[in-house]
Design a binder for this molecule. Structure first.
Ligand SMILES: [Ca+2]
Ligand SMILES: [Ca+2]
Length: 415
């Protein structure tokens, strides 16, 4: 059937700067339907043009290792918006063969705000024992202040905060508050959570462990990690569950244990350090961090094929403003994400691969990607004197050039 028929419309979890959308369709087997996009801040009269949605039509990816056929849909993001702001977004579907809705679809949706620390009761901790006692006592919105000293882990945190009332773990400011485990040669995670929502970690040091913060299954929502320092760890932050959502990881310095980034070990190049920040799920924002000495600095977790429920696909992930270097494998690996993965304004240098979506040795994505991206679009932007934007198909081949509304520098230097 050549005519298009509109089906389910999904608003992906908003992030601070971007809004992502999916519009599933049936028909349009000749793939010539289009969806143009316009947006305006609520209350403005003038619509602004956004990039059109990307047509995705049953392409098969990862043919070598685990073929997966993507759906029949449009997907796209409105980029570079203001946080905590209400927008209207207008989608106009068209198909020369007919069948498109006669009226545009208009949705009203707000970007997310930067997490705000609550001002509940302050509870003081000076040791592992008093920290666990403080956590046992804490209510949503309370702030546990960790005074200077060493807190021996591991810690399992099972009590959740609430939306806008997280339980906060914060360095008290009187010296380094250090959480540690059994060393980078051990198996311990300093902090483990599973199905624990709305925790906030600020101004802390995590060191000497396999993983600093690990989120198992079920996933956790609304976890904030900011202004923390992690070092002597195999992995920094790891959340791999498909129902993990809306983490905010910002302003951290995370350093792995790899002694070199070049030459890359031929056999096991994902050790001794593994991945700095490894996420899966929806609505994560990873911004303004400095990472070095890992094999992959920032990555989407190697989850395998997505779960069947498209509402639980890995979507709306932002990596921006990060300083990423000394990566034995990739400074950024976005394989295994599904739709609306946005990568921009990162500085990547001294690395085997800038951004792996199958790329090798350069930030330009190459065809015949061996690693899957289950859908697209992936908003990878390139340093460009001409302000060109490249649009890529599922195999990473350039299918469209268009002028970007915003120049987005992102380069590889020093490699
Ligand atoms: Ca058509
Ligand atoms: Ca990698």
């Amino acid at each position: 059937m050549d005519s298009v028929h509109a089906e389910r419309f999904l608003i992906d979890p908003p992030t601070l700067e971007n809004l992502g959308f999916r519009w599933y369709v049936s028909g349009d087997s000749n793939r010539n339907a289009t969806v143009t996009v316009a947006f305006r801040e609520q209350g403005d009269s003038k619509w602004q043009e956004a990039l059109p949605m990307l047509r995705i039509y049953h392409e098969i990816i990862n043919q070598d290792y685990g073929p997966y056929r993507v759906g029949n849909l449009f997907a796209g993001s409105v980029l570079f918006l203001k946080p905590a702001t209400q927008y209207e977004v207008k989608f106009t579907m068209d198909d020369p063969d007919g069948g498109a809705p006669t009226e545009p679809k208009i949705v009203s949706v707000a970007t997310r705000g930067e997490p705000v620390a609550p001002s509940g009761d302050e509870i003081h901790a000076t040791s592992r024992t008093s920290l666990m006692a403080a956590y046992a006592k804490a209510k949503p919105g309370d702030v546990i202040l960790l005074h200077a000293g060493i807190y021996d882990g591991p810690f399992q945190f099972d009590k959740s905060g609430e939306p806008d009332k997280p339980i906060v773990f914060r360095g008290a400011g009187d010296g380094e508050a250090i959480l540690q485990a059994d060393g980078s040669g051990g198996n311990s995670r300093i902090v483990s959570i599973a199905g624990t929502d709305h925790l906030m970690f600020e101004d802390l040091t995590f060191r000497n462990a396999h993983t600093a913060i690990y989120s198992g299954k079920p996933g956790s929502a609304g976890i904030t990690v900011r202004r923390c320092r992690m070092h002597d760890v195999v992995s920094g932050i790891n959340t791999q569950a498909e129902d993990s959502r809306e983490w905010y990881i910002a302003d951290n310095e995370i350093v792995g244990i790899n002694r070199t980034w070049y030459p890359r070990p031929e056999v096991d190049y994902m050790s001794p350090a593994h991945t700095g920040v490894n996420v899966y799920g929806r609505g994560h924002v990873v911004c303004y961090n400095r990472l070095s000495h890992f094999s992959d600095a920032l990555a989407i977790s190697n989850f395998g094929v997505p779960v069947e429920d498209v509402e639980r696909h890995c979507v709306a992930i932002d990596f921006y403003g990060n300083d990423l270097s000394w990566a034995q494998d990739d400074t950024l690996e976005t394989d295994y994400g599904c739709h609306n993965v946005r990568v921009y304004r990162n500085r990547c240098y001294n690395t085997h691969t800038g951004n792996s979506k199958g790329s090798k040795g350069d930030i330009l994505l190459m065809p015949k990607s061996r690693m899957p991206s289950f859908g697209t679009p992936f908003g990878t932007s390139y340093r460009s004197k001409t302000n060109l934007r490249l649009r890529l198909d599922l195999n990473g081949e350039v299918v469209k050039f268009e002028l970007a509304l915003v120049l987005v520098p992102c380069g590889i230097i020093g490699a």
